[in-house]
Design a protein around this ligand. Structure first.
Ligand code: BGC
Length: 827
């Protein structure tokens, strides 16, 4: 399987998304259209056409395919992990993977006992694939001719049920255009799959599934059961295949083939020229971790027997999507209508994939939100800091999902406490990459595909993930005032993280400042000073300022709780007044290093690094996003240069308004002029390769006030990251959810200037000049608000309200918004 190579080529020929290509039935801004079959592009299509419901996701692979050079059918359970050991370069290493589950898609066919259908071996007369974003259905229509001149048409629909998370279904209609003869259909459940979706992991062990059962259950139903070989997760799938001839359920001759880890039913028909036959495959998937079950196999069989037919399932599925779109849809008017439509379409695609990864069903699961969705195997489905870019979108629409995702962190608090203690610290130290039980899952070594060398992976010293977790909890609380969550879960995490920062900080007597040594900031190019023997950098500005923010807000959190609960927590955690004084002291005396010219140093010593000859590398390599790999392959080291993979210092301007930052810097006794912001943006922007898709989002955000045109340029780049696979091969391994959610959040908060502070919903719109109008709906403290923003006016309509009026502010003017009230503010 060579996903990487294959999609690299695809990136040079972007996906066609021009408005002119397709069937009138689909609205351009609500669907993704593909015309023709392109093997080089298939991995990318599969990732972008993934269907899912927050419980499981299935890549948009062709139903007749199995994993090979072109195709990679993958199905992943939210939080479905398994660990395996592998021997690499003489070392035994253990990795925890997101397991590729049995493939429920297979439905192939052949005519008159000939070869099974393979799209690459037939003359394709027409080929269309459409992802309908509005209803969450994947369509494919093919008209082909075989070497005996027989023409056949296939029309396919597929869904992963959004209302009942255990169901998926496909429907395929075959038309014998100009031939009569026998048609054999093979509908299978294939548990012989391995994890092979990422080229770079190929040398690692990849066989996670052990077969348990494979057999026929009833006339039209087959059953497969497997288990993961380390985490002992049992998975059961039951598939019912029914045949409709001219829309009537038709009995058909069947044969079952069962092998270890595989079961199929072969269905035989005789067709006459012009005949149409429809086959429906409805699949139920359960695991041993599900709630309200006896045993997963029993439940899968029971549900599939009770399941409705495809069109009924489609109805309830589409209705659930419709409900979600009422909350999440946005509309924009661009001066160039074509560009506006493309932006609207991609933004909706991004929301769609977020809601397939984290959805209503997530609320009942113990899972986090993976940066690459449950759409592929990159980052092994681990949970990193990307939540920071994702939660704000949920907070203003369905904060109940954020709450459940934060509970994933709460359940792993003890593991984080142990990790802190083992590292010689106090409090809780969450891992950079988290999986099943919250231990550190970052890989120890990784392959540089440019050089073929396995090199140490030090990214786990990105302790800033802890600040992101605390920040996320606080933001959720600001958006919901959910004091119950804060009191019983959130506060405990914030306090333990504060304690961790306080114990990590060391006091420098000479400077009378606290320092944080031996960590990494978000910029993953720099994991050590060039001359240092061990990983880690000193005084990463982002980390230090975030630690200050956490310590300050930990003290505020205690204040926000009811006195008795605050007292209980401090007693349980044994937080003394002296400890709180220490937090206060650190939050006033943390060190931030500056260059001589007043630029905030990314870390101590950054100013002494060499300038990179960017022009030289841009000329030498077509894409320098992964400069770290390029330099390593050249025998050099990116640590030597002033070159960042992504925003690091600038993350501060992403997360905080200038007022908030001024407050933090003043608290620290450092000067902070308004000019600090553009000066730093300019400095670091010129030294960033955007090797992470998150980088486009952050840069667009930080420019949104000072350079609207520049901001829109980066926004467009971020929009393209996945649909055009601008990193050349990475999207096929899983979409980039941080950037996807980040683009929507840019529209939603950056360009509207929304800030949630002190029980006030603040606006300060600043639409890019290209946009004439932007509309969306948000929820804030139980109120549903319709927002309409133009260059000249902000209109807030309260369409549903809880009892209390809410406070809305534009600049310094604060308004009470009563139920049903409409507020129009000239800008
Ligand atoms: C970025 C990280 C990010 C990860 C997953 C990496 O390329 O450097 O900041 O968490 O991708 O999206």
């Amino acid at each position: 399987m060579t996903n990487g190579t294959k999609s690299k080529t695809a990136s040079q020929e972007p996906v066609q998304i021009s408005p002119d290509i397709f069937l009138e039935n689909f609205h351009y801004t609500w669907s993704l259209h593909y015309q023709g079959f392109d093997p080089r592009e298939e991995g990318l299509r599969e990732a972008l056409c993934t269907l899912g419901n927050g419980y499981f996701c299935t890549r948009g692979a062709n139903i007749e395919s199995s994993a090979d050079e072109v195709h990679y059918p993958g199905t992943y359970l939210a939080g479905g992990y398994n660990r395996l050991t592998s021997e690499i370069a003489g070392e035994v290493i253990e990795n925890e993977d997101l397991v590729n589950l049995p493939n429920w898609l297979p439905l192939s066919f052949r005519i008159d006992g000939g070869p099974w259908f393979n799209v690459q071996e037939r003359e394709i007369l027409s080929y269309h694939q459409v992802l309908d974003i509005k209803t969450g259905v994947l369509y494919r229509q093919i008209h082909f001719r075989d070497d005996r001149g027989r023409e056949t048409k296939i029309a396919e629909r597929r869904l992963v049920h959004k209302a009942n998370q255990h169901l998926a279904a496909l429907e395929v209609t075959f038309t014998a255009v100009n031939w009569s003869g026998s048609l054999e259909i093979r509908a299978a459940l294939d548990g012989r799959v391995i994890n092979a979706g990422v080229d770079r992991y190929q040398a690692l062990n990849s066989r996670h599934l052990e077969p348990l059962e494979a057999h026929r259950v009833s006339e039209d139903t087959i059953f497969l059961k497997v288990r993961t070989n380390q985490s002992e997760l049992r998975l059961a799938l039951a598939a019912r295949t029914q045949v409709f001839h001219n829309q009537e359920l038709t009995p058909v001759e069947r044969q079952t083939v069962a092998e270890t880890g595989y079961v199929a039913q072969h269905l035989f028909f005789d067709l006459k020229s012009g005949d149409k036959i429809t086959v429906e495959k409805v699949v139920a998937l359960f695991t041993s971790r599900d709630k309200a079950i006896s045993e997963c196999g029993l439940e899968a069989k029971k549900l599939v027997a009770r399941a409705e037919d495809f069109s009924q399932l489609l109805e309830s599925h589409a209705r659930t999507w419709e409900h979600l779109w009422r909350r999440f849809n946005l509309e924009l008017l661009h001066q160039d209508p074509d560009e506006g439509k493309i932006a609207e379409k991609i933004l909706r695609l991004h929301i769609f994939h977020l809601l397939q990864t984290s959805s209503i069903h997530t609320m009942d699961l113990d899972v986090g939100v993976p940066p690459r969705g449950w759409h592929g195997e990159a980052y092994r489905g681990h949970i990193l800091w990307d939540e920071l870019f994702i939660f704000p979108l949920l907070n203003l629409r369905l904060p109940e999902i954020t709450r459940s995702l934060l509970m994933y962190r709460y359940r792993r608090l003890n593991e984080a406490r142990v990790a802190a203690r083992r590292a010689g610290h106090q409090g809780a130290m969450y891992p950079w990459q988290s999986g099943s039980n919250g231990r550190e899952e970052s890989q120890e070594i990784h392959l540089n595909p440019e050089s073929g060398r396995w090199i140490p992976d030090n990214t786990q010293v990105q302790r800033h993930v802890n600040a992101a977790i605390a920040y996320n909890i606080y933001q959720y609380y600001q958006a919901t005032q959910d004091l119950e969550f804060l009191a019983f879960y959130g506060a405990e995490i914030i306090l333990e993280i504060a304690r961790f920062w306080a114990s990590l900080a060391t006091y420098n007597k000479d400077l009378d400042r606290y320092e944080i040594l031996g960590v990494m900031g978000p910029d993953e190019y720099h994991d050590a000073s060039p001359e240092a023997a061990s990983p880690g950098l000193n005084n990463n500005a982002y980390t230090n300022v975030m630690a200050v923010w956490v310590l300050t807000h930990a003290l505020e959190t205690i204040e926000a709780l009811a006195e008795d609960r605050a007292c209980e927590l401090c007693e349980n955690l044994q937080i003394s007044d002296e400890e709180k004084d220490l937090w206060r002291d650190i939050s006033r005396k943390m060190r931030v290093v500056f260059h001589d010219d007043g630029i905030i140093s990314q870390f101590e010593g950054y100013d002494r690094l060499q300038e990179l000859d960017w022009e030289h590398y841009r000329q030498k390599y077509s894409n320098i996003q992964r400069l770290d790999r390029i330099l390593e392959a050249e025998g050099d080291n990116v640590n030597r240069y002033k070159a960042s993979k992504q925003a690091d210092v600038l993350m501060l301007f992403y997360l905080f308004s200038s007022d908030e930052l001024r407050e933090i810097f003043e608290q620290l006794g450092y000067p902070f002029e308004y000019e600090t912001i553009p000066k730093n943006i300019d400095y670091y922007l010129n030294r960033t390769s955007h090797g992470s898709t998150l980088s486009w989002v952050v840069h667009s955000w930080v420019l949104s006030r000072s350079d609207r045109a520049g901001s829109w340029k980066f926004f467009r780049e971020a929009l393209k990251s996945d649909v055009y696979d601008i990193q050349g091969g990475t999207t096929a391994e899983g979409i980039h959810l941080g950037a996807m959610a980040g683009t929507v959040d840019l529209m939603s908060r950056a360009y509207t200037g929304i800030e949630l502070r002190g029980n006030v919903l603040r606006f300060n719109p600043c639409l890019p000049s290209e946009l004439s109008c932007f509309e969306m709906q948000i929820r804030y403290l139980g109120h549903t608000l319709d927002l309409e923003i133009t260059q000249a006016r902000l209109k807030v309509s309260c369409i549903r309200a809880s009892e209390k009026p809410i406070k809305i502010a534009h600049l310094d003017q604060v308004y009470d918004l009563e139920p049903k009230e409409i507020l129009e503010i000239p800008l």
